[in-house]
Design a binder for this molecule. Structure first.
Ligand code: CA
Length: 480
C-alpha cells in the first residue's frame, strides 16, 4: 500500500495493534447500521458512473455484494486512545522471529531474488524487508472479502470517491483474470496479497515474474517479490546504494530531523557525524538526510533515496525504518540483537511478539479473559494489564505492555503468584478508581518516562478519525 493513510492503517492494524491504554477504556466504535436498500441504490448508481466504465456489466453484477459490511466503517472510524511510541512500533515489527523468518526466506527464494535483482536492480534484502513488514513473508494477507469492503466504503462515510475508484480497479483485476475471485480478500481498506497493494497500485505496478501469464500477488511468491522490486524501482530506487545507516552525532550537535534535506556525505563528515560504532561515514550514498525518530537523544540515521522508496510504500517514516532495519538484519543473517546501537530514550522499551504472547498467556493463567493468545496487544489485553496492575498496586495502572510489565508478570508467574485471581472485580474496580484519582491529582508522580505526546480518548459524542502523519505517528482529527 502506498501514499494512503487509510491503507497504512489497515496494514498497521494487521501487523500490530496501536495504542497504549490508560485509565480510559480504548474502544472500537459500534458497527453502524447500514441500510441495504440505500446500499443497493448506491451500487446501481455506481454501475453506470464514469469510474466504472472499464468494468463490464457481467463482472459488476457477478461480484456485486448483496449486503454492506458495517465492520469496515467501524474500522474506518476506529479511534486510538494513544499514539504508539516508535520503540514499541519497531520492537513488534522487527523482532527475532521475523528476522529468522527473513533469513529462511532469503535462502528459500535466493535464486528468484537474484533474478529479480538483475532485472530491477533492487537488493534482495530490501525486497525481503518490505515482504516481511507488509505480510510477514506471505503469512498475513488479510481475510476481508475485498468486494464487500470496497463497495461498502464506496457508499458510506468518508472518502467514498477514493474507494469507488479502488472498487472499480478491484473488479478490473478479476475481469482480466490476474487473481481468482475467491482470492480477492485483504485488509478492511482493500489492500491485498503478499505485497498488500491497493487495487490501483496492482494495476500500475504488479508484474508476472513466474511467466504463467497472470500477475498473482496472492499465490505466487516470484510475482509478489518482483512486483515489490518494480514498485521500489518505479519510485526512484538507486541500484547499489544502501538505504542509509545508523550514525552518531557529535556532542552538543543539534539539527532537526529532516529526511528530505539531503546533503553530501562530505557535508555530514564535516559536521562531525560518524557511523554509530565510531567509524568514518562511507561514501556509498550519493546524498543523505538526517532522521531522528525519537529526537536527538535516541538513535540517529542518515538516510538516502532508497529509504524514501520504502517510505513511498506506506507514507510513514517509522514504517520505512522498520523495513530498513529488518533488511539489514536479514542481510547480516543475525537475529541475536535487534536493537540499534544507540538506545531509545525510554526506561521501558517495547516487546517482541513472543513476549506479547508470554504476557497474554500469563494474564490468562492469572484468570484474566484476554481472548486468544495472538501476540497482538489489543484493547482486551490492555484492559487486563490495567486490572492486573491495579490489583497489585502498580502505579500508574497504564495498561502498557512494555519490558517493565513483561518482567513483572513473568517473574510473578514463575513464583506461582499467577494463581491469584481477581476474585472480586468490583473491589478491583474501586481500587482502580482510587488510583485514577491519585493519578489525576499528581500526574506522572513516579513515572520517569519521557514526555511523548499521547492523545486522550475524546468525548464519545464527538467523532474523530485517525490520521497517520508523515513521521509515522497517529493523531486524531475531528470530523465535522
Ligand atoms: Ca504469474
Amino acid at each position: 500500500m502506498h501514499l494512503n493513510t487509510l491503507s497504512t492503517l489497515s496494514l498497521l492494524t494487521a501487523a500490530i495493534s496501536f495504542g497504549l491504554a490508560s485509565t480510559a477504556q480504548a474502544a472500537k466504535p459500534e458497527a453502524p447500521y447500514l441500510s441495504n436498500s440505500e446500499f443497493q441504490q448506491c451500487l446501481d448508481g455506481l454501475k453506470n458512473s464514469s469510474k466504472f466504465r472499464g468494468v463490464d456489466s457481467y463482472t459488476f453484477n457477478n461480484y456485486r455484494p448483496s449486503q454492506p459490511d458495517p465492520s469496515v466503517i467501524q474500522s474506518l472510524n476506529y479511534q486510538p486512545e494513544f499514539q504508539k511510541d516508535v520503540w514499541d512500533y519497531l520492537s513488534a515489527l522487527v523482532d527475532k522471529e521475523r528476522v529468522e523468518d527473513g533469513i529462511r526466506a532469503k535462502r528459500q527464494w535466493g535464486d528468484t531474488l537474484r533474478q529479480i535483482e538483475s532485472r530491477y536492480g533492487v537488493k534482495p534484502e530490501h525486497v525481503l524487508g518490505v515482504w516481511g513488514v507488509e505480510s510477514n513473508f506471505g503469512q498475513t494477507l488479510g481475510k476481508k472479502p475485498l468486494f464487500e469492503s470496497l463497495a461498502t466504503l464506496s457508499c458510506f462515510d468518508r472518502r467514498q470517491s477514493y474507494f469507488q475508484g479502488e472498487f472499480a480497479n478491484a473488479l478490473k483485476i478479476v475481469q482480466r483474470g490476474d487473481i481468482a475471485p475467491s482470492d480477492m480478500a485483504g485488509s478492511w481498506a482493500g489492500a491485498f496479497g503478499q505485497t498488500q497493494f491497493m487495487p490501483s497500485t496492482f494495476l500500475e505496478l504488479a508484474v508476472d515474474f513466474d511467466g504463467d501469464g497472470r500477475r498473482d500477488l496472492v499465490n505466487s511468491v516470484p510475482d509478489a517479490l518482483a512486483s515489490t522490486a518494480n514498485f521500489l524501482d518505479n519510485r526512484g530506487y538507486r541500484t547499489g546504494e544502501p538505504w542509509g545507516y545508523e550514525v552518531r552525532l557529535p556532542d552538543g550537535y543539534w539539527a532537526a530531523s529532516d529526511r528530505k534535506n539531503k546533503k553530501s556525505i562530505s557535508h555530514w563528515r564535516d559536521q562531525g557525524l560518524t557511523l554509530a560504532n565510531g567509524s568514518p561515514l562511507p561514501y556509498d550514498l550519493s546524498s543523505a538526510g538526517l532522521l531522528l525518530p525519537a529526537g536527538k537523544d535516541g538513535p540517529a540515521f542518515l538516510v538516502g533515496k532508497n529509504f524514501d522508496t520504502f517510505y513511498s510504500y506506506n507514507a510513514s517514516e517509522n514504517y520505512a525504518l522498520a523495513i530498513a532495519h529488518l533488511s539489514d538484519l536479514i542481510a547480516r543473517e543475525d537475529s541475536s540483537k535487534t536493537d540499534f546501537i544507540t538506545a531509545w530514550p525510554t526506561n521501558d522499551p517495547g516487546i517482541s511478539r513472543q513476549q506479547a504472547k508470554d504476557i497474554q498467556q500469563a494474564l490468562l493463567d492469572a484468570g484474566y479473559d484476554i481472548g486468544e493468545v495472538d501476540g497482538i496487544i489489543g484493547d482486551n489485553t490492555r484492559s487486563a494489564i490495567r486490572q492486573y496492575q491495579t490489583s497489585r498496586g502498580i502505579f500508574p495502572a497504564d495498561g502498557r505492555a512494555g519490558q517493565n510489565f513483561y518482567r513483572l508478570i513473568t517473574q510473578n508467574s514463575a513464583q506461582g503468584s499467577s494463581s491469584i485471581r481477581p476474585s472480586n472485580p468490583a473491589s478491583t474496580d474501586r481500587m482502580g478508581q482510587l488510583i485514577q484519582q491519585r493519578q489525576t491529582a499528581t500526574p506522572n508522580v513516579y513515572s520517569s518516562e519521557p514526555s511523548v505526546q499521547r492523545t486522550v480518548q475524546p468525548a464519545s459524542n464527538v467523532r474523530y478519525r485517525r490520521v497517520t502523519t508523515s513521521d509515522g505517528s497517529v493523531r486524531l482529527e475531528r470530523i465535522n
